[in-house]
Design a protein around this ligand. Structure first.
Ligand SMILES: [Zn+2]
Ligand SMILES: [Zn+2]
Ligand SMILES: [Zn+2]
Ligand SMILES: [Zn+2]
Length: 417
């Protein structure tokens, strides 16, 4: 029983991470079960005309015959060659391996510089735990650290981390390791091997580009290329580059749909995409995608599954943000009791659901005195639990506390009126 509880807490802690980073493959076995793709087709992340930035989708457009740079038509191609500098760049792009590879290399270099700059203060006077130097011998880049490592542990060069991940993963491929081992090794690209926590912010982004630039040249069906695409999407999200994350995630989703990937994996990609819509303020799109993710999970996994409960909370949050309070409340009245029973009252997802419910109660313009009182008592109770379980400095506890103040003010205003 103890172990079960522990496992449950570990799983739910993993899902809380969705605040900051996004989910990876739901199901290892289904990630491998894809039909064969047509020869020579590969999903691109460069989906705009290089000259005028018109959205081309994944198949339309005209390609430069030498370097594969894409345009909306011959006029843009001609203009880009004559005035856009493509006459100079075409050769270097071709030499790098084509437009996608060239873009990946370039974006990696930019993301690396940003990451090193951002970590400069923290890494001053330190050395890389992999190569033991302060400056990288070849690239002369500085150090980074953005994981849970503290003290003098965990300083490294992005190049060293990437090289290590690449070697680790190549070994798994050479030795034909099973999916579980394969996956664990692939996660060296986004998880620190010392503290076992995911890298965050701009370091996750630099490693996302490093990973994508390593595997972009592989065939579309190659699982490492598809995993690299997801890792890049998550890295861009971590660094708050939501527009870029959007185009990578949309490319991934359309690839999955075209190739007939499993419903479970499509739902994970849709959930990630909904998060990005939300960040970009495209709330209606986020809402409709979250509704689909919720009903898909409900159908596939049942109402007591962790994913279904998390999807319900995301959907309810979107409803509340769009001030559709009645729908949010009715959804949560059905799901909070399930979460309490399955996950327990101390679980962070349960707390979060009750928080969203209370907010929907007191923010509703038609809230009765009873609603306002229920909101205040619910928040008092969840705040107490959050402080006990997660310490007061935890973002969840602080968020609930702020919300409680607002609810008390709404109740006081109602009493005065
Ligand atoms: Zn164009
Ligand atoms: Zn060209
Ligand atoms: Zn190093
Ligand atoms: Zn670490």
């Amino acid at each position: 029983m103890r172990l079960e509880l522990l496992l449950m807490r570990a799983r739910s802690a993993f899902w809380l991470v969705c605040y900051w980073s996004l989910a990876a493959w739901r199901d290892a076995s289904t990630a491998l079960r894809l039909p064969k793709a047509q020869e020579g087709r590969s999903t691109m992340i460069l989906t705009k005309c290089a000259a005028c930035a018109t959205e081309l989708g994944l198949t339309l457009g005209k390609k430069c015959g030498r370097c594969s740079t894409r345009y909306c038509g011959p006029e843009c191609q001609k203009q880009h060659w004559e005035q856009g500098g493509h006459d100079q760049l075409c050769k270097p792009i071709k030499r790098a391996g084509g437009a996608e590879q060239y873009n990946a290399n370039k974006r990696y270099t930019e993301a690396l510089a940003v990451a090193v700059e951002k970590c400069a203060e923290d890494t001053k006077g330190q050395t890389c735990y992999i190569c033991t130097q302060a400056l990288h011998w070849k690239t002369k880049e500085g150090l980074v650290r953005m994981c849970a490592c503290r003290g003098t542990a965990g300083f490294a060069h992005v190049s060293c981390l990437a090289e290590q991940a690449k070697i680790w993963f190549a070994e798994a491929e050479e030795n034909n390791l099973d999916y579980k081992a394969w996956n664990a090794r692939f996660h060296r690209w986004d998880t620190c091997s010392l503290c076992e926590q995911k890298y965050h912010g701009v370091v996750a982004c630099a490693l996302g580009w490093a990973c994508w630039k390593t595997y972009v040249g592989r065939p579309e069906m190659d699982l490492s290329r598809r995993s690299a695409m997801r890792l890049l999407g998550n890295g861009l999200h971590a660094a708050k580059h939501h527009e870029d994350a959007l185009s990578v995630m949309e490319a991934e989703l359309s690839m999955q749909q075209r190739l007939g990937d499993s419903e479970e994996n499509v739902l994970v990609a849709q959930g990630n995409l909904a998060c990005t819509y939300e960040k970009l303020g495209r709330k209606e799109q986020a809402l409709s995608m979250r509704r689909d993710v919720y009903s898909g999970n409900l159908r596939l996994q049942g109402r007591e599954d962790d994913d279904t409960l998390r999807a319900a909370n995301n959907y309810a949050t979107s409803l509340k943000d769009l001030e559709r309070f009645e729908e949010a409340k009715s959804l949560l009245r059905r799901t909070v009791p399930v979460a309490r029973r399955v996950l327990g009252g101390n679980n962070d997802l349960t707390l979060k659901m009750r928080w969203v419910y209370a907010e929907a109660l007191y923010r509703d313009a038609g809230a009765t005195l009873g609603d306002l009182r229920e909101a205040v008592t619910t928040l008092e109770d969840t705040e107490r639990i959050a402080r006990r379980v997660m310490a007061g400095a935890h973002p969840l506890a602080r968020g609930i506390e702020r919300c409680l103040q607002n609810a008390r003010e709404a109740l006081a205003a109602h009493d005065e009126a």
